[in-house]
Design a protein around this ligand. Structure first.
Ligand code: GDP
Ligand code: IMO
Ligand code: MG
Length: 427
């Protein structure tokens, strides 16, 4: 079963990195297909913590080849730094590959991300400030700079100058900032050319050839369903398609090559940045979830907004992504609650909704209707088998399965690679 996609089912930080890493050396190719270094994927291996922002999470498995697909936006400084950090920590780095067609995040994208957010004030998105949105805007606007452009100085210069002709007007006249010099940008990008060259491939062909050979290719999603620019809580979203279908465009594979889509869902809900979040807790219960779950952003360090599991949010992701399996993470964090509320419907201005409402306005007005499930007091972090979990904990998992309409095939009971319960084989 070669083509497998891993997708966040909520608003990000569900534990996609850990889920990807623990699938281990059965994965031949691990491919990032969307987003950029706005992602922060945490892997805990042998007590050591690694956070991947751009490199695929399969990178710690020596038998796995990693690929940054065409759908990713690449900050070349981050690529070099992340690789260097791994090397300095003694990781045997298996030479990550990059698509020649991936777009580059330049300095002006980062500047624009920050000034735009400041300009928006109260209407800001709460972006990670990594230049991801502006880089995708340029891609769609047909004024982006691609990885392959850094191997052709005259093309690179033309593209950067054309982009800056427009952006400097915006920076100077609208945002009252200093213009950015094209020369400095071109020099900075050219400085990467020789180091990057050995990593650059035609990733579409490479990935399809691996699938033709029957190899296991894992497409690692970043961000999540509800941050998807088409399917998420627009405009409070990222600027790409993290959903499973995004693997087709962002890696260059046909839908027939995807055999399995695995949704990663936290046993409760978190969100970073702005935007609606019906089950958000503004009280001590929210603080307790944040403390017990260590819910602080892996990229920006921001405290994550915390709330109860919202079955409608995950059910929507199950439907649109066609999840064959869900991997439920951080179940261990819920130990010690007497009762655990789960959102099973919304009340929107007096009307009950059993699935997510059609319009964003209704979603903004949604009040959760909770079902309270009995909790458990035992520490479950050493459990490795579904049968070892306390009865109420198993009942919680079973009830979530019913509510979201998808089987739960993996369960996370701690951050460590081995702190996983496999209910149904994922590969
Ligand atoms: P990602 O962006 O989806 O990869 O998730 P992040 O790495 O941003 O955030 C998930 C956090 O939860 C990280 O600190 C992980 O180490 C941690 N984590 C992942 N799975 C589990 C789990 O099952 N239990 C606990 N307690 N922590 C987990
Ligand atoms: P991983 O892969 C959580 C959020 C930002 C902001 C919005 C837009 O670790 O799950 P952007 O910088 O993408 O333009 O910001 O999306 N966001 C994430 N939230 N986890 C992520 O990645 C995120 N990547 C972006 O907080 O609300
Ligand atoms: Mg994260």
């Amino acid at each position: 079963m070669p083509g497998v996609v891993v997708v966040g089912a909520q608003w990000g930080d569900e534990g996609k990195g850990k889920a990807t890493d623990q699938l281990g050396d059965r994965v031949d190719l691990c491919v990032r297909y969307s987003g950029g270094n706005n992602a922060g994927h945490t892997l805990v291996v042998g007590g050591e913590t690694f956070v991947m922002h751009l490199l695929p999470s399969g990178i710690l498995n020596p038998g796995t080849t990693t690929v940054i697909g065409n759908g990713v936006v690449v900050d070349l400084d981050v690529f070099a730094e992340e690789l260097q950090t791994l090397v300095s920590r003694g990781v045997e780095v298996p030479h990550p590959l990059i698509s020649a067609n991936a777009h580059i995040i330049t300095e002006y994208h980062k500047v624009l991300d920050k000034v735009t957010e400041r300009f928006l004030g109260k209407r800001r998105i709460g972006t990670t400030g990594r230049g991801v949105g502006p880089a995708y805007s340029d891609k769609v606007n047909r004024m982006g700079v691609r990885i392959q452009d850094i191997f052709d100085e005259s093309i690179l210069r033309q593209k950067v100058e054309a982009a800056l002709d427009q952006k400097n007007q915006l920076l100077v006249k609208v945002y009252n900032r200093r213009p950015i010099e094209a020369d400095a940008i071109v020099e900075a990008l050219l400085a990467h050319a020789e180091n990057i060259r050995p990593h650059v491939i035609d990733s579409g062909r490479f990935i399809n050839d691996a699938l033709d050979r029957g190899e296991v290719v894992l497409f690692e999603g970043a961000q999540a369903h509800h941050l998807d620019v088409d399917h998420g809580t627009y405009p409070y979203v990222t600027s790409s398609n993290p959903i499973a279908a995004g693997a087709c465009t962002g890696a260059g594979v046909g839908p027939t090559r995807i055999d399995r889509t695995i949704g990663i869902a936290k046993a409760y809900t978190t969100r970073v940045g702005e935007g609606p979040f019906p089950t958000e807790l503004h009280d001590e219960d929210g603080d307790r979830l944040r403390r017990d779950g260590g819910e602080f952003g892996a990229t920006t360090g921001r405290p994550r907004r915390c709330g109860w599991f919202d079955a409608l949010v995950v059910e929507q992701a199950v439907k649109i992504n066609g999840f064959t399996d869900v991997f439920l993470t951080k179940l261990d964090v819920l130990s010690g609650w007497e009762r655990i509320p789960v959102c099973v419907a919304y009340d929107v201005d007096g009307t009950r909704h059993d699935v997510m409402p059609v319009t964003q306005s209704d979603f903004h007005h949604a009040t959760p209707v909770y079902e309270e499930l009995p909790g458990w007091s035992e520490d479950i972090s050493a459990c490795r088998d579904f049968g070892e979990l306390p009865a109420n904990c198993r009942a919680y998992v079973k009830r979530l399965e019913e509510l979201i309409g998808c089987r739960i095939s993996g369960i996370g009971v701690g951050p460590g690679r081995e702190q996983t319960i496999i209910v149904n084989d994922l590969l």
